[in-house]
Design a protein around this ligand. Structure first.
Ligand code: ZN
Length: 255
Protein backbone atom coordinates (compact mmCIF):
# COMPACT_ATOMS: atom_id res chain seq x y z
CA UNK A 1 0.00 0.00 0.00
CA UNK A 2 1.26 3.45 -0.95
CA UNK A 3 1.87 5.23 2.36
CA UNK A 4 1.41 8.74 0.98
CA UNK A 5 -1.87 7.90 -0.74
CA UNK A 6 -3.13 6.27 2.43
CA UNK A 7 -2.09 9.31 4.49
CA UNK A 8 -3.90 11.62 2.03
CA UNK A 9 -7.15 9.67 2.46
CA UNK A 10 -6.82 9.54 6.25
CA UNK A 11 -6.15 13.29 6.41
CA UNK A 12 -9.21 14.01 4.30
CA UNK A 13 -11.51 11.89 6.48
CA UNK A 14 -10.10 13.42 9.66
CA UNK A 15 -10.39 16.96 8.31
CA UNK A 16 -14.07 16.43 7.49
CA UNK A 17 -14.81 14.72 10.86
CA UNK A 18 -16.12 11.65 9.05
CA UNK A 19 -16.49 8.83 11.54
CA UNK A 20 -18.48 6.13 9.76
CA UNK A 21 -18.88 4.76 6.21
CA UNK A 22 -22.40 6.17 5.76
CA UNK A 23 -21.02 9.69 6.12
CA UNK A 24 -18.57 9.45 3.22
CA UNK A 25 -20.33 11.58 0.61
CA UNK A 26 -18.05 11.69 -2.42
CA UNK A 27 -20.21 14.29 -4.20
CA UNK A 28 -19.91 16.63 -1.21
CA UNK A 29 -16.15 16.03 -0.93
CA UNK A 30 -15.73 16.79 -4.64
CA UNK A 31 -18.04 19.82 -4.38
CA UNK A 32 -15.86 21.35 -1.64
CA UNK A 33 -12.95 21.17 -4.09
CA UNK A 34 -14.84 22.67 -7.04
CA UNK A 35 -14.99 19.30 -8.74
CA UNK A 36 -18.13 18.28 -10.58
CA UNK A 37 -19.04 14.60 -11.01
CA UNK A 38 -20.89 13.35 -14.08
CA UNK A 39 -21.91 9.98 -15.45
CA UNK A 40 -21.61 9.52 -19.17
CA UNK A 41 -20.71 6.93 -21.78
CA UNK A 42 -16.91 6.68 -21.90
CA UNK A 43 -15.35 4.78 -24.74
CA UNK A 44 -11.93 3.56 -23.73
CA UNK A 45 -11.92 4.18 -20.00
CA UNK A 46 -14.09 3.71 -16.93
CA UNK A 47 -13.18 6.99 -15.27
CA UNK A 48 -11.49 10.25 -16.10
CA UNK A 49 -10.46 13.38 -14.30
CA UNK A 50 -9.56 16.79 -15.63
CA UNK A 51 -8.53 19.66 -13.35
CA UNK A 52 -7.80 23.10 -14.75
CA UNK A 53 -7.99 26.71 -13.54
CA UNK A 54 -9.17 25.67 -10.09
CA UNK A 55 -12.06 23.54 -11.36
CA UNK A 56 -12.39 19.88 -12.14
CA UNK A 57 -14.63 17.26 -13.69
CA UNK A 58 -14.76 13.60 -12.80
CA UNK A 59 -16.48 11.46 -15.43
CA UNK A 60 -17.61 7.94 -14.62
CA UNK A 61 -18.68 5.42 -17.23
CA UNK A 62 -22.48 5.29 -17.09
CA UNK A 63 -22.33 1.67 -18.32
CA UNK A 64 -20.88 0.37 -15.05
CA UNK A 65 -23.53 -1.91 -13.64
CA UNK A 66 -22.45 -2.11 -10.02
CA UNK A 67 -23.08 1.06 -7.97
CA UNK A 68 -20.19 0.14 -5.65
CA UNK A 69 -17.89 0.03 -8.69
CA UNK A 70 -19.02 3.53 -9.73
CA UNK A 71 -18.31 4.79 -6.25
CA UNK A 72 -14.86 3.18 -6.20
CA UNK A 73 -14.15 4.81 -9.57
CA UNK A 74 -15.09 8.26 -8.25
CA UNK A 75 -12.88 7.70 -5.18
CA UNK A 76 -10.05 6.61 -7.51
CA UNK A 77 -10.34 9.86 -9.51
CA UNK A 78 -10.38 11.89 -6.28
CA UNK A 79 -7.20 9.97 -5.45
CA UNK A 80 -5.51 11.46 -8.53
CA UNK A 81 -6.51 14.92 -7.36
CA UNK A 82 -5.32 14.61 -3.76
CA UNK A 83 -2.25 12.51 -4.56
CA UNK A 84 -1.00 14.99 -7.15
CA UNK A 85 -1.22 17.90 -4.70
CA UNK A 86 -4.32 19.39 -6.37
CA UNK A 87 -2.29 20.37 -9.43
CA UNK A 88 -3.65 20.92 -12.95
CA UNK A 89 -3.73 17.51 -14.52
CA UNK A 90 -5.76 15.03 -16.49
CA UNK A 91 -6.10 11.26 -16.12
CA UNK A 92 -7.87 8.77 -18.35
CA UNK A 93 -8.23 5.57 -16.38
CA UNK A 94 -8.99 2.18 -17.85
CA UNK A 95 -10.90 -0.53 -16.06
CA UNK A 96 -7.69 -2.55 -16.09
CA UNK A 97 -6.08 0.08 -13.85
CA UNK A 98 -9.06 0.91 -11.62
CA UNK A 99 -9.88 -2.76 -11.00
CA UNK A 100 -6.24 -3.52 -10.23
CA UNK A 101 -5.90 -6.05 -13.06
CA UNK A 102 -2.81 -4.17 -14.23
CA UNK A 103 -0.59 -2.83 -11.48
CA UNK A 104 2.26 -1.27 -13.40
CA UNK A 105 1.53 2.48 -13.25
CA UNK A 106 2.51 4.27 -10.06
CA UNK A 107 -0.19 6.97 -10.20
CA UNK A 108 -2.93 4.40 -10.91
CA UNK A 109 -1.93 2.08 -8.08
CA UNK A 110 -1.65 5.08 -5.73
CA UNK A 111 -5.13 6.29 -6.76
CA UNK A 112 -6.51 2.82 -5.93
CA UNK A 113 -4.73 2.84 -2.57
CA UNK A 114 -6.27 6.24 -1.83
CA UNK A 115 -9.74 4.97 -2.82
CA UNK A 116 -9.38 1.82 -0.69
CA UNK A 117 -8.39 3.83 2.38
CA UNK A 118 -11.06 6.48 1.78
CA UNK A 119 -13.94 4.01 1.36
CA UNK A 120 -12.67 1.24 3.65
CA UNK A 121 -10.42 2.88 6.25
CA UNK A 122 -8.05 0.33 7.75
CA UNK A 123 -9.30 0.69 11.32
CA UNK A 124 -12.96 0.35 10.37
CA UNK A 125 -12.27 -2.55 8.05
CA UNK A 126 -10.29 -4.41 10.76
CA UNK A 127 -13.12 -3.89 13.24
CA UNK A 128 -15.69 -5.02 10.68
CA UNK A 129 -13.87 -8.25 9.82
CA UNK A 130 -12.42 -9.05 13.25
CA UNK A 131 -13.18 -12.56 14.45
CA UNK A 132 -15.25 -13.31 11.33
CA UNK A 133 -14.25 -16.30 9.27
CA UNK A 134 -13.93 -15.59 5.57
CA UNK A 135 -17.00 -16.48 3.56
CA UNK A 136 -18.70 -15.17 0.48
CA UNK A 137 -21.11 -13.46 2.86
CA UNK A 138 -18.42 -11.46 4.61
CA UNK A 139 -17.22 -10.19 1.24
CA UNK A 140 -20.70 -9.22 0.08
CA UNK A 141 -21.46 -7.72 3.51
CA UNK A 142 -18.25 -5.69 3.45
CA UNK A 143 -18.93 -4.44 -0.09
CA UNK A 144 -22.41 -3.40 0.99
CA UNK A 145 -21.40 -1.88 4.35
CA UNK A 146 -18.59 0.16 2.80
CA UNK A 147 -20.59 0.74 -0.41
CA UNK A 148 -17.83 -0.38 -2.73
CA UNK A 149 -17.18 -3.09 -5.31
CA UNK A 150 -16.81 -6.78 -4.45
CA UNK A 151 -13.33 -6.90 -5.97
CA UNK A 152 -12.15 -3.83 -3.99
CA UNK A 153 -13.49 -5.42 -0.80
CA UNK A 154 -11.67 -8.68 -1.66
CA UNK A 155 -8.37 -6.87 -2.17
CA UNK A 156 -8.83 -5.06 1.13
CA UNK A 157 -9.65 -8.29 2.89
CA UNK A 158 -6.45 -9.94 1.67
CA UNK A 159 -4.50 -6.89 2.82
CA UNK A 160 -6.05 -6.35 6.23
CA UNK A 161 -8.13 -9.36 7.27
CA UNK A 162 -6.60 -11.77 9.76
CA UNK A 163 -8.09 -14.93 8.26
CA UNK A 164 -5.94 -17.04 5.85
CA UNK A 165 -6.75 -16.06 2.28
CA UNK A 166 -5.00 -15.87 -1.06
CA UNK A 167 -6.17 -13.78 -3.97
CA UNK A 168 -5.14 -14.27 -7.54
CA UNK A 169 -5.79 -12.10 -10.58
CA UNK A 170 -5.85 -13.96 -13.87
CA UNK A 171 -6.25 -12.54 -17.32
CA UNK A 172 -6.43 -14.31 -20.69
CA UNK A 173 -5.93 -17.66 -18.98
CA UNK A 174 -2.74 -16.80 -17.07
CA UNK A 175 -1.85 -15.56 -13.59
CA UNK A 176 -1.16 -11.79 -13.60
CA UNK A 177 -0.42 -11.41 -9.90
CA UNK A 178 -1.26 -12.92 -6.54
CA UNK A 179 -1.43 -11.77 -2.95
CA UNK A 180 -1.21 -14.33 -0.23
CA UNK A 181 -1.52 -13.31 3.39
CA UNK A 182 0.89 -14.64 5.98
CA UNK A 183 -1.64 -17.00 7.60
CA UNK A 184 -2.33 -18.93 4.41
CA UNK A 185 -0.73 -22.43 4.26
CA UNK A 186 0.68 -22.04 0.73
CA UNK A 187 2.87 -19.23 -0.47
CA UNK A 188 3.81 -19.66 -4.10
CA UNK A 189 2.00 -19.16 -7.37
CA UNK A 190 4.11 -18.46 -10.42
CA UNK A 191 3.20 -15.22 -12.21
CA UNK A 192 2.52 -15.96 -15.86
CA UNK A 193 1.58 -19.60 -15.24
CA UNK A 194 -1.47 -20.95 -17.05
CA UNK A 195 -4.68 -21.34 -15.08
CA UNK A 196 -5.04 -25.04 -14.25
CA UNK A 197 -7.86 -26.94 -15.89
CA UNK A 198 -8.78 -28.33 -12.46
CA UNK A 199 -9.66 -24.86 -11.10
CA UNK A 200 -13.09 -23.27 -11.36
CA UNK A 201 -11.53 -20.12 -12.81
CA UNK A 202 -10.59 -22.24 -15.85
CA UNK A 203 -14.28 -22.56 -16.73
CA UNK A 204 -14.37 -18.78 -17.11
CA UNK A 205 -11.57 -18.86 -19.67
CA UNK A 206 -13.38 -21.62 -21.55
CA UNK A 207 -16.07 -19.00 -22.08
CA UNK A 208 -18.54 -20.37 -19.58
CA UNK A 209 -20.56 -18.28 -17.14
CA UNK A 210 -19.25 -18.96 -13.67
CA UNK A 211 -20.86 -18.65 -10.30
CA UNK A 212 -19.97 -16.13 -7.60
CA UNK A 213 -20.49 -18.91 -5.05
CA UNK A 214 -17.54 -20.60 -3.35
CA UNK A 215 -16.77 -24.19 -4.32
CA UNK A 216 -14.54 -26.78 -2.72
CA UNK A 217 -11.33 -27.49 -4.58
CA UNK A 218 -8.08 -29.43 -4.17
CA UNK A 219 -5.08 -27.22 -3.42
CA UNK A 220 -3.38 -28.85 -6.46
CA UNK A 221 -5.46 -26.65 -8.75
CA UNK A 222 -3.41 -23.61 -7.69
CA UNK A 223 -0.43 -24.64 -5.59
CA UNK A 224 1.14 -27.56 -7.41
CA UNK A 225 4.47 -25.75 -7.40
CA UNK A 226 4.36 -24.70 -3.77
CA UNK A 227 7.12 -25.83 -1.42
CA UNK A 228 4.49 -26.82 1.17
CA UNK A 229 2.40 -28.71 -1.38
CA UNK A 230 0.12 -31.25 0.29
CA UNK A 231 -1.88 -33.95 -1.41
CA UNK A 232 -5.63 -34.16 -0.81
CA UNK A 233 -5.75 -30.75 0.85
CA UNK A 234 -9.00 -28.87 0.26
CA UNK A 235 -9.58 -25.16 -0.11
CA UNK A 236 -12.53 -23.02 -1.09
CA UNK A 237 -12.42 -21.09 -4.34
CA UNK A 238 -14.61 -18.09 -5.11
CA UNK A 239 -14.41 -16.15 -8.34
CA UNK A 240 -15.32 -12.60 -9.27
CA UNK A 241 -15.52 -12.56 -13.07
CA UNK A 242 -14.71 -9.41 -15.03
CA UNK A 243 -16.11 -10.34 -18.43
CA UNK A 244 -15.23 -7.05 -20.08
CA UNK A 245 -11.52 -7.66 -19.45
CA UNK A 246 -11.37 -11.44 -19.85
CA UNK A 247 -10.17 -11.43 -16.24
CA UNK A 248 -11.16 -13.11 -13.03
CA UNK A 249 -10.28 -12.39 -9.43
CA UNK A 250 -10.03 -15.63 -7.46
CA UNK A 251 -10.21 -15.82 -3.67
CA UNK A 252 -9.00 -18.98 -1.95
CA UNK A 253 -9.32 -19.84 1.71
CA UNK A 254 -9.03 -22.81 4.01
CA UNK A 255 -11.87 -25.17 4.61
ZN1 ZN B 1 -6.61 6.54 -12.65
Amino acid sequence: MNILAKANAKKLLRGLFIDKPGKIDLYAIAGCENIFIEEKALESCEGQFVFKSGMGIISVDAELAESGQKRFTIAHELGHYFNSGKKENSFFCSGLDIRGIKQNLYAEVAANDFAAELLMPEEWFSTFTKGKKYSKFILADAAQYFNTSLSAAALRYAEIGSYPVAIIMCRDGAVKWSRINKYFPFKFIRTGSKVSSSSYAYEFFKGEKISNDPEKILADAWFWEDFNYKKDYFLYEQNIPMYRYNSVLTILWEE
